[in-house]
Each structure stands twice: as structure tokens, then as C-alpha cells.
Design a protein around this ligand. Structure first.
Ligand SMILES: Nc1ncnc2c1ncn2[C@@H]1O[C@H](COP(=O)(O)OP(=O)(O)OP(=O)(O)O)[C@@H](O)[C@H]1O
Ligand SMILES: [Mg+2]
Length: 280
């Protein structure tokens, strides 16, 4: 169920250095609703990570606003609430571990929020069970695989009971199995109503989102349902971006069969399209 606006970015500008270095974000407006899965794609350096860091106040806009449930990220009084509402998971699993034992790592966030001890235990257990890492609770994080570390990182965020989780290339260092595990996890979170913002260079990951936002040069250059965004293959090609495997295959088939549909997102949809033609 997609609900009320959770994150509202309005004309966000951000520059890292002096003004003459150019801006990393040049007026980005974007909305994420409660329970929605938004994928952000774009070439290297297009501003994806910079935007991600604005979504929970790690960075604050030089111009424009970011509001989380109406709260402006520039107001330090809201920082705690915002960090709790929007959790971040980054690319490097190691950089996110703060404790020497998995269980303590997951407890760290809610403990800092002042969650009472009894509830803390429940939260940690629920979070670790959700990511199927409860059995590893006594292990030192550095002995885990990259995929397991990312699952613990997600548990650490879940223990804060966030309304939204932002994943910045969280699967990019994982093997295919770790990636598939994380994909299932994200789908499960989405089903239970957590909003997801996933930044990815894997178009197959973006294809399962409710909405895809394409950044180019610090601006939103396209946005819409995956079918619409990936259906415009030429625009993506200009940006040097790939297509989901199914869309690429459909486009290839269209070279032989000119009226073959190209806005196909999955193997099943391709099979249906082929079967439909065979039947007619
Ligand atoms: N810490 C920083 N200091 C200075 N400039 C930075 C910093 N981080 C990013 N930039 C610059 O800001 C722009 C946007 O970078 P950003 O990391 O947001 O892009 P990205 O889309 O996440 O790229 P990638 O796909 O490589 O992760 C780039 O020009 C980059 O060089
Ligand atoms: Mg990045």
C-alpha cells in the first residue's frame, strides 16, 4: 500500500566545494510516499549518493528543501527523528559495523535512542530474525561474508523501526547469491510497508521498483514507472545506461518483428508476448 508523502525534496541544490566547482545536485525535486519502492539510477557522478545522503540529513541542501514527514532536515532539532525515520545502508558492509558482536551492532542504534532494555532485546531479535541472522548473533561481524554483513547492516537499521530504508549500491559488492538474498529481503520489507529507496546500477534491480528516477548531471532527467522509463531506450542509451535484461531482449526481438512490444519487464512478460503472437 502506497500512502502519504514521506520524503519530499523540493529544488535541492548541493555543491561540495567552492561554487565554481559546479553543483552535484542542481535542483532535484522528488517525492517518496510511505510504502513505496523508488529506484534511483544514473551514470557515475550523476549525484545519486549525494541525493541519498540528503534523505536522512547526512547532507543538507545549499538551496531548496528536504522534508521528512514535513520536518525540514536543516533544522537540527529534527535530526534525531529523521535519522530514525530514514535509515541508510551503504555499499561497503565493513564501514557500517560499530560493535564487535553482531547482536551489539544491531542494538547500537536503538540503544542510543533510549529504547528501554526489555524492548531493545525484542527489537534486536526481530530485526535479526527478519534478515535470517539471529543464529549469528554472537559472532564478530568481521568474520561474516559480505552478504551477511549487509543483512546485519539492514537489521541495524530495522531495529530503529524506520519508515524508509535507503540502500546506496548495497548489493554492488555482493556475489549473485548475496544479491538475490538482499533482493528477497527488500521485497519482504516492501510487503510489510517499509518504503525503499534503492540506488543501483543494476537495471534488473530497478525494474522491480514502483517508480524509477533517472539522474543525469545532478538533475532528474526521467522519472516514472519502470515500464515507461525503460521503454524509452534511446534516452537511457544517451546517458550510457543499460536496460533490464527482459527489455533488452524485447528490443532485440523487435528488430526482427517490428510490432513486438518493448515495454516488457520480466521473462514471464516476454513469454506471454511470444505465446500471444503464436496463438493469433
Ligand atoms: N566528498 C566529495 N567531495 C567533493 N566532491 C564530491 C564528493 N562526493 C561526490 N563528489 C562529486 O559530486 C558529484 C556527484 O557525486 P555522487 O557521488 O553523488 O555521484 P553518484 O551518482 O553516486 O556516482 P557513483 O555512481 O560513482 O556512485 C560528482 O561530480 C563527484 O565527483
Ligand atoms: Mg554513488
Amino acid at each position: 500500500m502506497i500512502g502519504e508523502p514521506l520524503i519530499v525534496c523540493d529544488g535541492v541544490e548541493y555543491g561540495y566545494g567552492e561554487a565554481q566547482d559546479g553543483l552535484a545536485l542542481r535542483g532535484v525535486s522528488l517525492q517518496v510516499s510511505a510504502g513505496e519502492h523508488v529506484a534511483i539510477i544514473g551514470p557515475n557522478g550523476s549525484g545519486k549518493s549525494t541525493l541519498a545522503r540528503h534523505l536522512n540529513g547526512l547532507l543538507r541542501p545549499c538551496a531548496g528543501t528536504v522534508r521528512i514527514r514535513g520536518m525540514d532536515t536543516r533544522d537540527p532539532a529534527h535530526t534525531r527523528y529523521i535519522r530514525q525515520t530514514v535509515g541508510m545502508v551503504f555499499q561497503h558492509p565493513d564501514s557500517q559495523m560499530v560493535a564487535t558482536v553482531v547482536e551489539e551492532d544491531v542494538a547500537f542504534g536503538p540503544e542510543n535512542l533510549g529504547v528501554p532494555h526489555a524492548e531493545l532485546h525484542t527489537r534486536v531479535r526481530e530485526a535479526l530474525e527478519f534478515v535470517e541472522m539471529w543464529d549469528y548473533r554472537d559472532r564478530p561481524p568481521h568474520l561474516l561474508s559480505a552478504g551477511q554483513k549487509q543483512r546485519v547492516a539492514i537489521a541495524a537499521v530495522l531495529a530503529m523501526r524506520p519508515a524508509c530504508i535507503v540502500l546506496d549500491e548495497a548489493t554492488s559488492l555482493l556475489d549473485p547469491r548475496g544479491r538475490a538474498d538482499l533482493g528477497r529481503l527488500v521485497a519482504g520489507l516492501r510487503r510489510q510497508g517499509t518504503a525503499i529507496v534503492s540506488i543501483t546500477h543494476l537495471m534488473d534491480e530497478a525494474a522491480v521498483a514502483d517508480r524509477v528516477v533517472v539522474l543525469g548531471g545532478g538533475l532528474v532527467v526521467a522519472a516514472g514507472p519502470p515500464r515507461d522509463v525503460f521503454g524509452d531506450a534511446e534516452r537511457l542509451a544517451v546517458l550510457g545506461l543499460d536496460l533490464p535484461a527482459a527489455t533488452a531482449l524485447a528490443l532485440r526481438v523487435r528488430r526482427e518483428i517490428p510490432d513486438f512490444p518493448v515495454d516488457l519487464m520480466s521473462v514471464d512478460e516476454i513469454v506471454d508476448a511470444v505465446a500471444g503472437r503464436a496463438a493469433s
